[in-house]
Design a protein around this ligand. Structure first.
Ligand code: AMP
Length: 309
């Protein structure tokens, strides 16, 4: 197994200023696995669903190389459910409801083949569960990436701090970076967060791109200006999936390669916004991703000669 992902596999109800979708498939681990599948061929998924979860979606994951031995299906139980409503800027949203359902019973037991995976993606989920996954790894992974959100900062901070101290890279959004550090300046926030343990911090800024901090360096990647944003749900997870997928494929964790991984993640995230839920990711091809990466290169390419005073 090259990469294992833990995270929610869920139903989402989403409302944006331009439309609505009721009980579509979502969940952090779903978006991460779909995105990473373009770069990694042997992946494991650690999560739990109820038997209300569509088998067709499990098949979609399987055909993309996602092993589901680590996915528990609980009979007669309901899958994790989240609903949210986006503001007009589509960059901010309110959570309307979070029903943990089966998530309350998740006590992950990693299948033997998962315990020596070199890449571990701790997708957004209860940090106590994320810890249990790290603790079951028998071989020290080459890279552990953690994604989390304000929900867990509000409800499980001690466990979250423990996970943060044990990962190589943390990805969170700008508001979460401020909440976690108590600093408004993102530079100061990054310094405080890096002192908590991770070697690198990725700050996601939605339609304003992403920042990479680490090794006393900073890199900024824009988000591709899209003509229509239908639904940004899962963009952060899709970013994380593309990011770790690219790193697992290239096996190079230098700052310069992390920059490439950020562009890859950003390209994938831009597709996730084009349709509700996972719909766009299900038809996405590698050629389309590569073409979009070229657009990113064009977007930031410029030449300048400094003029004399
Ligand atoms: P993103 O838009 O990338 O932040 O991720 C949205 C996804 O996260 C949705 O598909 C939800 O099912 C999932 N989600 C929402 N709240 C939580 C939570 N508290 N823990 C884990 N996953 C969540």
């Amino acid at each position: 197994m090259q990469l294992i992902t833990v995270g929610t596999v869920a139903f989402d109800s989403i409302e944006t200023p331009f439309g609505k979708a009721d009980r579509v498939v979502g969940g952090a681990a779903t978006f991460i696995s779909l995105a990473a599948s373009h770069y990694v061929k042997k992946m494991g998924l650690v999560s739990v669903v109820g038997d209300d979860f569509p088998k067709s979606m499990l098949d979609e994951l399987r055909v993309r190389g996602v092993d589901l031995l680590g996915l528990e299906v609980l009979k007669g139980k309901e899958s994790f459910y989240w609903s949210g409503k986006y503001h007009y800027d589509m960059n901010t949203r309110d959570t309307l409801e979070t029903r943990l359902n089966v998530l309350l019973e998740l006590d992950p037991k990693l299948p033997e083949a998962y315990r020596s995976a070199p890449y571990v993606m701790l997708g957004n989920l209860d940090p106590k569960v994320q810890l249990k996954v790290i603790e079951q790894m028998e071989v020290q992974p080459a890279l552990v990436v953690l994604d989390t959100m304000n929900f867990w900062m509000d409800s499980a901070m001690p466990a979250l701090r423990e996970v943060i101290s044990r990962v190589d890279i943390l990805t969170i959004n700008d508001a979460e970076a401020r909440q976690l550090s108590g600093e408004h300046s993102l530079v100061k926030a990054a310094n405080k967060i890096l002192a908590m343990g991770p070697k690198y911090l990725v700050v996601k800024k939605g339609e304003h791109g992403a920042l990479l901090f680490g090794e006393d360096r900073v890199f900024f990647a824009p988000a591709l200006p899209l003509e229509d944003i239908i639904d940004p749900t899962g963009a952060g997870d899709t970013f994380a999936g593309g990011f770790i997928g690219y790193l697992a494929h290239t096996q190079d964790h230098s700052f310069d390669n992390l920059k490439r991984a950020i562009i890859t993640g950003s390209a994938l995230a831009s597709f996730a916004c084009e349709k509700f839920g996972t719909e766009r990711l299900l038809t996405l091809t590698r050629d389309e991703i590569d073409e979009r990466i070229r657009q990113f290169v064009d977007l930031v390419d410029f030449d300048i000669e400094l003029v004399e005073e």
